[in-house]
Design a protein around this ligand. Sequence first.
Ligand SMILES: [Ca+2]
Length: 204
Amino acid sequence: MRSLRLSAAVAAFVACFAALAGPLRLAVVSGETVANCSNFETQAGAQTYFLAAGGSPARAVGSLDPDRDGVACETLPRPYAGYATIGYNRKRGFLFGVATMPARAGGGYACLYGNAAETGGIRRVRLFRGSPGHGSRLAGDDVSPAEAEPGSGRLLWKLDRPSLPRGSYYASFEGRYWPHPGGSSECPAFSSRPTELPAARGSR
Ligand SMILES: [Ca+2]
């Protein structure tokens, strides 16, 4: 099992998302903090920690993602969050991305459907330039709906953008319709990690 130090940045990030993560218990072994799924009460809480710690299909972060699909602790209960990416096809001038959603223990995948308007609608994406909390939304950026692939548990989206300045961008998947006041959503909003994208041809 790999281990990692709980950096100040990760600790701050986890504190900010304490409501999502629920009580967090991380075992400390010889001064190092070990991440495993038993430390978390919800899948979304584990996913939040996983991303803050630099998790990806190439980095499992302790034992949070042994199957290396970028989704942490699929066996934990709701709420659920996925692993999202964003990219830019400079030659053809379009933004694109995919979100891998948690597999349910009983079969199928969590949170492929649902948006702020409809519980049964497909997830919607909004695109931002900058960093989360400080990003500016791209004009005309709604990709509604994203395409859900129930067989693979993925959400796909694509947006033509022939003009694009170089910069850091991220995709944010809208949370599902809140079922009742004060209730908890099974599918809260989640975002890709901000990713540096090249400028479009002829742009800077
Ligand atoms: Ca996984």
